[in-house]
Design a binder for this molecule. Structure first.
Ligand SMILES: [Zn+2]
Length: 132
């Protein structure tokens, strides 16, 4: 069994297209400057509809996390325990992701993280993070 691949729609297609080129991007409102995540048709801060995809550095720090001990799906059985994390990106917005390449017992709030591209079925790339 393999890990999940995303359901991609018109709204999320640009994010996943960029990801396949190992580029992390996020929508940003051209009216008020707010980042928008997950992808939305409008800005949650000002309701403006002029959003552009901005590249992100792929660095940040651990804002919060939980440790998953029971695999939610068979494809995750070899992964547990794993860390489900909220990363505060260097640019400011937060995104939920998994931490990879680390021991969950050594994870600490505030620790610096950086992007890693996890290759799933068919070579599909998914952004994950790892402690620096
Ligand atoms: Zn806005």
């Amino acid at each position: 069994m393999s890990k999940l691949l995303p359901d991609i729609d018109d709204l999320t297609q640009p994010f996943w297209d960029a990801a396949q080129q190992r580029r992390l991007v996020m929508q940003r409102c051209t009216d008020c400057g707010a980042f928008v995540w997950h992808p939305q048709p409008w800005c949650r801060a000002c309701y403006g509809q002029r959003l552009a995809w901005q590249p992100l550095a792929g660095t940040g720090e651990l804002f919060t996390y939980s440790v998953v001990h029971y695999a939610p799906l068979p494809g995750y059985a070899d992964e547990v325990p794993y860390v489900l994390a909220t990363v505060r990106l260097t640019e400011g917005p937060q995104m939920m992701t998994n931490l990879i390449g680390c021991d969950w017992r050594e994870v600490r709030i505030g620790q610096p993280l950086e992007l890693r591209w996890e290759e799933r079925t068919g070579g599909f790339l998914v952004p994950q993070f790892t402690p620096v």
